[in-house]
Design a protein around this ligand. Structure first.
Ligand code: ATP
Length: 325
């Protein structure tokens, strides 16, 4: 009920009367009144004017299924939301739900993760009320080798959401990090399950540092948050909504084209190390060069003394010559 009331309030610019709500939702006046009371207790500021009705003035920065559902404008991404206040990791939960048969587009969101992970099993700091921790479950019908391109799409989506919602100059550190002022505000972890030569499912986990004020020893050298860099207070549910709207936009383009050709220019413009010297930490053969952009299949193009090289994401990390970027 709370979610329906919230949606109705959000869809009305002016006031919505108690009577309208009753009719729309098919419930009694008392039920509407109780729903309003609950929302107010949770921190929603709702103006109630006799003979006019209710109006949503302000929403608290809460993450729960009702808040996310009432704010959702996407066509399929996050159509079904599974919310946890605390969980081990949203990727782990998404994989479990995938095995249970949950549909394409299911979104798992948590307020806190106890064992959030980055690539190669590295710990991802996921404190309560400070970040966005979410994973989308996809069941694409393209080939497994195309799945790594989804990380590129997710990185574009997060970058665009931050750029357009906050007018901040978020950039991408290929392939899976988003940076603000050369420090990391977001990590993306894509995992896939295949059967024979087909994708069974893909999960894309996204962790965004929103209002963190400090980080543990290891992350402190490279991490920052939107609040630290800009002083902005972000309504996380709106950020989540924006990320998935952009994701749908790029994903649909990708599915139509089968590659990243139509996204490439835009991506390259967001690439933080573009035309900068980078160290490619390839476990087999590390090398140095100048990052130029990506190929239409998502490899990083690096100009080296021996000519142009293409780096595929896999186990490779990219660093600046003097530090993280
Ligand atoms: P790279 O490829 O550049 O080496 P990565 O993309 O593999 O990095 P991830 O695996 O995505 O890195 O993230 C894990 C690392 O990120 C950890 O080792 C830690 O240093 C750092 N980290 C952990 N939590 C956070 C956080 N909340 N924000 C930013 N960085 C973090």
């Amino acid at each position: 009920m709370k979610s329906e009331i919230l949606t109705a309030l959000r869809n009305t610019k002016e006031y919505v009367s108690g009577q309208e709500l009753c009719e729309k939702l098919g419930v009694s006046r008392t039920a509407v009144w109780k729903g309003m009371k609950k929302l107010k207790e949770e921190g929603y500021q709702i103006e109630a004017i006799p003979n006019k009705g209710y109006r949503l003035m302000e929403s608290p920065d809460v993450l729960n299924a009702e808040e996310l559902e009432s704010i959702r404008k996407t066509a399929w991404a996050g159509k079904q939301i599974v919310y946890y206040h605390v969980t081990d990791s949203t990727n782990i939960q998404a994989k479990r739900l995938a095995e249970e048969g949950f549909p394409h587009g299911t979104l798992v969101v948590a307020e806190r993760q106890e064992s959030g992970r980055g690539r190669r099993g590295r710990f991802w700091e996921s404190p309560e009320h400070a970040g966005v921790f979410m994973t989308i479950l996809l069941r694409p019908d393209f080939e497994p080798k195309q799945a790594s391109m989804l990380t590129i799409i997710a990185a574009m989506a997060v970058t665009k959401a931050i750029q357009t919602m906050m007018q901040l100059s978020a950039k991408i550190k290929w392939p899976n990090d988003i940076v603000l002022n050369d420090k990391k505000i977001c990590g993306i972890l894509t995992e896939m399950s295949t059967e024979m030569d087909a994708i069974n499912y893909v999960v894309i986990g996204i962790g965004i540092n929103v209002s963190n004020r400090q980080f543990g020893e290891e992350a402190a050298k490279i991490a920052t948050s939107i609040a630290i860099e800009s002083g902005m207070q972000v309504h996380r549910a709106e950020l989540i909504e924006s990320v998935w709207e952009w994701f749908e936009f790029y994903y649909d383009r990708f599915c139509k084209d089968g590659d990243l050709e139509s996204i490439r220019k835009e991506y390259d413009a967001c690439l933080v190390n573009r035309d900068r010297q980078v160290r490619i930490l390839d476990p087999k053969e590390p090398f140095v060069g100048i990052a130029k952009g990506i190929t239409k299949t998502g490899e990083l193009i690096v100009e080296t003394e021996e000519g142009m090289k293409q780096v595929s994401s896999g186990e490779v990390s990219v660093r600046g010559i003097y530090g993280y970027v």
